[in-house]
Design a binder for this molecule. Structure first.
Ligand code: ZN
Ligand code: ZN
Ligand code: ZN
Ligand code: ZN
Length: 383
């Protein structure tokens, strides 16, 4: 990934495509279990617990994003995890229900051949791995480190008590110890509802963004002189004036407050309109990637992080914008649209400008959540 903005799209992955989503094929993917890149220094359960509710976060997506010219990042992947608890998303800002990790490897490494993987499918089905080459086991439910074993069969591995209990409820109590109860088989007996932990799995396909978008959509949001915007804004302001003069009794707001409110709404509407214009050509995009280049597009004027809101990397280097996750992704997650559900306007990932770290660790990076403004219309579902 290099140059201009690159867009990511979710592509349905049937069982016949599953092999492409495994680690050896360096996938970008959404949902399912993580296809770990490096096998050392995986994030443990503590790092993966939601900062709000303390439950294990689920794997959301990973992007394969090697850095050209960096021998230590010949392979490089970013992994995003998200809590399944809707209530954990009420507050905007950093961290909370979300976290992101980075792994990288040189071309010559202990895990993968130096030559690119074949483009043909392997002869047999490729099940998600139950353990790493080191022998460390992976949780049957979430695919993260699973140091805890079932006390009865000593075979089923779990990240912690939550997933042990979940797996027991959804079928391990019947299959425990049976021959067909493979380490990490896709569990066909998963009951819908509260037992659902993994997000549905898709491949993420990356394409460059066509640079054909309205010239003024990259303008400074504070610049109100865009020819297209002027007449509409004037209209909106006129509307506000009319409603204030027909006011609702003596309790009506003074003109200054109304003007301020009208201006506020107009600026927010404008940012949201620019957001919609920018993605109009490719409305299905779920990822916008441009490391260190053109910044994210925001859905609102509220909760845009300032420079000091983005902490430096543990190595001391600044972090730069790398990619953003778009609200359209929610259409693929099968999150409940009735009542409260997992929700965001956009998620923005910032990574170490120096790209520090080595092949023995997963480095935690920074993710920021911006919500839709309460005054703007919710992004229309495309499904
Ligand atoms: Zn949570
Ligand atoms: Zn787990
Ligand atoms: Zn067991
Ligand atoms: Zn760093």
């Amino acid at each position: 990934m290099a140059g201009g903005v690159e867009l990511g799209f979710a592509a349905a992955a049937g069982p016949e495509d599953a092999w492409r989503l495994r680690s050896a094929y360096f996938p970008s993917k959404l949902g399912g279990r993580p296809a770990w890149l490096g096998e050392d220094g995986l994030p443990g359960l503590g790092a993966l617990r939601c900062a709000r509710c303390q439950q294990p976060r689920a794997f959301l997506l990973q992007l394969y994003a090697p850095l050209p010219g960096r021998r230590d990042a010949f392979h490089r992947s970013l992994f995003v995890f998200a809590c399944r608890g809707a209530a954990c998303y009420r507050l905007p800002g950093p961290g909370g229900p979300l976290c992101v990790f980075r792994s990288q490897l040189p071309r010559r490494n202990r895990f993968y051949p130096e030559e690119p993987p074949p483009e043909d499918p392997p002869p047999g089905p490729v099940a998600p791995p139950g353990r790493l080459r080191s022998g460390a086991r992976l949780c049957r439910v979430c695919g993260c480190l699973g140091p805890r074993a079932c006390g009865r069969c000593h075979r089923a591995a779990y990240c912690g008590t939550e997933h042990q209990a979940l797996d027991w409820r959804r079928g391990h109590r019947r299959t425990c110890g049976q021959a067909g109860d493979a380490d990490n088989s896709e569990n066909a007996t998963t009951a819908p509802g509260e037992d659902k932990f993994l997000f549905p799995e898709y491949e993420i396909l990356i394409e460059p963004e066509e640079p054909e978008f309205p010239a003024d959509s990259s303008a400074d949001p504070d610049d109100d002189k865009g020819a297209a915007g002027t007449s509409k804004e004037a209209e909106e302001q006129e509307e506000h004036r009319v409603s204030s003069s027909t006011g609702e009794g003596s309790q009506s707001l003074d003109e200054e407050t109304l003007e301020a409110m009208a201006k506020h709404e107009t600026e927010d509407d404008k940012i949201f309109r620019m957001f919609k214009e920018r993605i109009a050509a490719e409305p299905e995009q779920i990822i916008r990637y441009c490391r260190g280049g053109e910044g994210p597009i925001w859905v609102s004027r509220e909760n845009i992080p300032k420079e000091q809101d983005i902490p430096n990397c543990a190595c001391g280097a600044k972090r730069v914008f790398e990619f953003q996750i778009m609200p359209q992704i929610l259409n693929h997650l099968q999150v409940d649209s009735l009542g409260e559900s997992i929700d965001w306007g956009t998620l923005v990932v910032y990574t170490c400008a120096e790209n520090c770290g080595d092949e023995n660790e997963y480095v935690e990076e920074f993710i920021w959540k911006q919500d839709f403004s309460t005054s703007s219309i919710k992004f229309p579902s495309s499904s």
